[in-house]
Design a binder for this molecule. Structure first.
Ligand code: AMP
Ligand code: GLY
Length: 427
């Protein structure tokens, strides 16, 4: 089969490398891909959000199956547009992608169907939102932009003044554009966070191995929120008992709720969970694979990824095996200094041959790299993800860091404590 993967980050690189293991795959294209992905797929210069460009490319190259990985093209309806052109694709249609694209949609869905989540209220007027926050008078309080905001649309406010600032910047200064015209004001929850990616064909849901993201830029969960600075899998807080509770109170009810709303979800549904003292609750849904969760989850997948993806599209997931190795994986992100704020790009990367570490027991997923006449250079905030697997989490973390030590570029920033909390939880 000829496969087109839409997107150009570490997540897409991990998807492509796993798809390459499938005997049914003849050739893979990436739109747009990146300098490192080019070693594993033919990169075409089409933006991930260019719905028409992707459809036209798929048609003219007789692509058999398209994997739409990022949130924005899914929310824009790329899967619908491909289907209209007769091209099957992995991922939800726009109506189902609202589960990530609109926090108001997802919060109302959870309320209507009794799926556990933080208490909330929705506002399109800043003064009314402020009046609600003053009356509740419970801090911290969480303010979320309704729409997509590059993972930055969540502000945790410690005081009334901070809440007022958050509302002003979202609703009056429009720092997230239209995404912040409507906000969700939410109760602050506590407890360990777990990411559970799952495959679903709208009928059955098959969770993947659980994982733990490290969202803050600096060690000890300090500094700004980022897209993710590293991940480990499995997540030790996600015990079999917790998994069973999540299946019963969250996963199955969510699939049923989407069907009842007339927008069945197919593809990868990501449950961002918090294990609160009152049980697991949904922090957020994503309509796609997580980044960098994918970089630890897919290396542990033993079953054929293409078979599973096709089964989510064809409605045959029930009979398709989704099996994971009983090992652990760790991914350390190498970022450009300054990320998630201002950073430089174009810095030469040393230590890699053909984008990989020669002889190292780790895989390098390229998040933001460019191929130039001078060789591979940095091309984004998150540059590389170094993933190792091992029978124990401690070994996987140690191997990932040993491999990461061999890669250099000017301004390289990484956290030195990926996996630390998971390892502490294990004892
Ligand atoms: P999100 O962009 O929705 O993933 O939110 C970013 C981060 O904000 C999450 O990973 C949580 O750590 C935190 N967060 C979001 N909502 C809440 C909440 N209701 N209570 C506590 N923390 C939250
Ligand atoms: N790593 C969090 C996300 O993909 O949204």
């Amino acid at each position: 089969m000829k496969i087109l993967v839409v997107g150009g980050g570490g997540r897409e690189h991990a998807i492509i490398r796993k798809l390459k293991e499938s005997p049914a795959v003849d050739k893979i294209w990436a739109a747009p891909g990146n300098g490192g992905i080019a070693a594993d797929a033919a990169c075409v210069d089409i933006k991930a959000t260019d719905v028409e460009g992707v459809v036209n490319f798929a048609k003219s190259n007789a692509i058999d199956y398209v994997v739409v990985a990022p949130d924005d093209p899914l929310v824009l309806g790329m899967v619908d547009a491909l289907a209209a052109a007769g091209i099957p694709a992995f991922g939800p249609r726009a109506a189902a992608a609202r589960i990530e694209g609109s926090k108001v949609f997802s919060k109302n869905l959870m309320k209507k169907y009794g799926i556990p989540t933080a208490d909330y209220a929705v506002f399109s007027n800043a003064a009314e939102a402020m009046a609600y926050i003053r009356e509740k008078n419970e801090y911290p309080v969480v303010v979320k932009a309704d729409g997509l905001a590059l993972g930055k649309g969540v502000l945790i406010c410690q005081t009334e003044a901070e809440a007022a600032d958050a509302l002003k910047s979202m609703m009056e200064d429009h720092i997230f554009g239209k995404s912040g015209s409507t906000v969700v004001v939410e109760e602050f929850l506590t407890g360990p966070e777990v990411s559970v990616l799952s495959f679903t064909d709208g009928k059955v849901v098959k969770p993947m191995v659980s994982s733990m993201d490290h969202k803050r830029a600096l060690d000890n969960d300090e500094g700004l929120n980022t897209g993710g600075m590293g991940t480990v899998a499995p997540n030790p807080y996600y015990t079999p008992e917790v998994a069973a509770a999540c299946m019963e109170t969250i996963f199955l009810p969510t699939i049923a709720a989407m069907n009842a709303e007339g927008c069945p979800f197919t593809g990868c549904l990501y449950f961002g969970l918090m294990l609160t003292p009152k049980g697991p609750k949904v922090i957020e849904y994503n309509c796609r694979f997580g980044d960098p969760e994918t970089q630890v989850v897919l290396p542990l997948l033993k079953s054929d990824l293409l078979d599973i993806m096709l089964a989510t599209t064809n409605g045959t997931l029930e009979t398709t095996p989704v099996e994971f190795a009983g090992e652990s994986a760790a991914c350390v992100i190498l970022a450009s200094g300054g990320y998630p704020q201002k950073y430089a790009t174009g810095k030469p990367i040393s230590g890699l041959e053909n984008g990989q570490l020669p002889g190292a027991e780790a895989v390098v997923y390229h998040a933001g790299t460019r191929q130039t006449a001078e060789g591979l250079v940095t091309g984004g905030g998150r540059v590389l993800g170094v993933t190792a697997t091992a029978p124990t989490l401690a070994d996987a973390v140690q191997k990932a860091y040993a491999a990461a030590d061999k890669i250099r570029f000017e301004g390289l920033h990484r956290r030195s404590d990926i996996g630390k909390r998971a390892l502490a939880a294990k004892q």
